[in-house]
Ligand binder design. Sequence first.
Ligand code: UGA
Length: 441
Amino acid sequence: MSEVCVIGVGHVGLITAVCLAKLGHSVIGVDKNAERIDQLRRGQCPFYEPGLEDLLDEGLQRGRLSFSQRLSDGIVGSEIIFICVGTPAVADGRADMSQVEEAARAVAQHMTGYKLIVEKSTVPVKTSQWIKRTIGLLNRRGVEFDVASNPEFLREGSAIHDFMHPDRIVIGVESERAKQLMLRLYEGFDCPILVTDISTAEIIKHASNSFLALKISYINMIADLCERAGADVRMVAEGMGYDARIGRAFLDAGVGYGGSCFPKDVKAFAALAEELGVDFGLLREVDRINEGRIERLMAKLREALWVLNGKQIGILGLAFKPDTDDIREAPSARLIERLLRETDVRMKLYDVKAMSAMRELYPPDERLAYVDSPYEAARDAEAIVILTEWDEFKKLDLVKLKSVMRTPIIVDGRNIFEPDHMQELGFEYYCMGRKNIRNHF
Ligand code: UGA
């Protein structure tokens, strides 16, 4: 079993730490955020992720998992050091690598014996080389070390499952010693393990995320086309998906992708291509299409309500996707912002997990109310907008919902209901790339 340090216990770092502890490794998570470290020591999760609290508890109980605010605590006793710090986007889309550099400098300062430094954050190609150079320059004692890239493919909301049952493990290394250490870490995993050079591993991660984002933007354009042509994007996606070369996954049309990864990664990959002199305009287009989804949604609201001013709207779904409380780059935040800026609409907001995060971003006031059920969000509303496909919304009592609304209009940004069924129930139903039900003209 290995001694592992994880620097940065955000989403990727914390999942990595608890899962490696579950696998039997001895793991210490380090983070500058003192409050977060205290919380974790008490067994409290800083964000919602199914199954995380149990694994955190188990790791702490068994003594395989510990947390510290001090980098030296983590670095000295560990052979493998994962760098999982944030790489936020700066104005031109490039990733800000200062936290990665800071971690590398700390490793150089505190390492006394051989270390394998592994970057797991989504980073531009050549980051490992920069980490290597940084450590090399500061490594006065001449301690041996290797760098590696081991990109993470987990999704929020199913992160534990994705970590424990990956489609593949990618390991970018440049020495046999590093390769063996990484293979030992992942011993027992029943999936392809791809060992590559470091730049290839780094590109695999960016290329995968950008390709998935591309699929989403592609199907969103097909959705617009379907609406004009009177076709059904769900059936189109199904028809395309049966082709094994295409696959059905990530062909759900809607309000576009959000979260902390795709929007940032597509921009960063495009900026990187530009930096390397490669004209990858396709990625700019993927991003442009995604940015344009909010216009589609606004247009649909106007189509449904004509005049927005003076109206009341219920918003169901604030998280950027189900099973998470994350609202980073969430379509909901964009819509709220637009409605606050451009109209005097009043909104009642409801989400299963993301209410407190949104409350921090947009505190309640006379135009924004946070309510504790979908039916409360619907009460007296002229329309409901669905922005996250939570299971709870799919199981709504639609008759009850309709009975509390002022006018029975649903704008569904996630296509969770069947248009024909909604028609039978007497709703006006506006969805994405499928038949819109409009009862009155
Ligand atoms: C994504 C990738 O799926 C992970 O493999 C990767 O590890 C992660 O980024 C990362 O780089 O850390 P995540 O952002 O958690 O994971 O969420 P996804 O499930 O990929 O969804 C991203 C967005 O795309 C969501 O807003 C979702 O609603 C949207 N989406 C997804 C669609 O609009 N249509 C789809 O068909 C699928």
